[in-house]
Design a protein around this ligand. Structure first.
Ligand code: RET
Length: 250
């Protein structure tokens, strides 16, 4: 079901995620108590992905559909980790202390972003497991629609909230949102080119490219986020008890 080349790349993915989790844990420990929440989501993103890669490297979480191997463990990983990645971004963008209508607006924004994201992964796994080509591409298109909704919310109301907090936070948010959207865009393209879609590229290449972008989108993004908060903390010099995001917003 998996070749030795694929197995090697899956172990590389596991090692990258495990080392990433360790690095984020250690850097997170250097953050002030008031800012440690920023490291929690990124740490679990890497830990969950390390678990998924360990399973796949041991030929678990696979299913043969129509003579092709679907790594459904990926989708379980993504269903858990993509909301956590977005939550990490939202914690930077949205102001920490709010009241009344602001709180409701913030909650609906978080629910909208995470809801669209989970719908994107759920419809994506259905597409991957579908045998009939027409039905498969209908599910794929629905998933792409949900992806567009995530991107529209991130670059619409979420970016507006980050900008309202002033330059230091808007700057960090801008960098993270650009990295996130650029990397995430590769997933549907790779899916289309890979064995789930048109099979233009072989399964081993697909496993290799997924491992590289997965580690970049999880470990790279997490390190950028956590070190970004560390730098903001050094510049903003927040008072004891105040979070860096609150202090940087002034
Ligand atoms: C699928 C196929 C259906 C259409 C779309 C997709 C998008 C997937 C994305 C996944 C992101 C995963 C990440 C993992 C972290 O390592 C399901 C491939 C739009 C955007 C960031």
């Amino acid at each position: 079901m998996i070749s030795s080349g694929q197995e090697t790349w899956l172990w590389v993915g596991f090692t990258g995620m495990a080392l990433g989790a360790l690095a984020i844990f250690l850097i997170g420990g250097r953050l002030r108590q008031e800012d440690r929440h920023h490291a929690v989501a990124s740490f679990f993103v890497c830990l969950i992905a390390a678990g998924a890669y360990f399973a796949m490297a041991n030929a678990q979480g696979l299913k043969i559909v129509d003579d092709r191997t679907v790594f459904y463990a990926r989708y379980i990983d993504w269903a858990l980790t993509t909301p956590l990645l977005l939550l990490g971004l939202l914690m930077i963008a949205l102001p920490p202390v709010l009241r009344g209508d602001d709180t409701r607006h913030r909650t609906s924004l978080i629910a909208g972003v995470l809801g669209a994201d989970v719908f994107m992964i759920a419809t994506g796994v259905i597409a991957a497991l579908t045998v009939d080509d027409t039905v498969k591409y209908v599910w794929f298109t629905i998933s792409c629609g949900a992806f567009l909704a995530v991107i529209a919310l991130v670059f619409g109301p979420v970016r507006a909230a980050a900008r309202a907090q002033g330059e230091p936070i808007a700057g960090l948010f801008g960098k993270l949102a650009a990295v996130l959207s650029g990397l995430w865009l590769i997933y549907p393209v790779l899916w289309l080119l890979g064995t789930e879609g048109t099979a233009v590229i072989g399964q081993t290449t697909e496993v290799f490219v997924f491992a590289v972008i997965d580690v970049t989108a999880k470990v790279g993004f997490g390190l950028l986020l956590v070190t970004g908060v560390l730098r903001l903390q050094q510049a903003a010099r927040p008072a004891k008890g105040a979070s860096t995001v609150a202090a940087a917003a002034g």
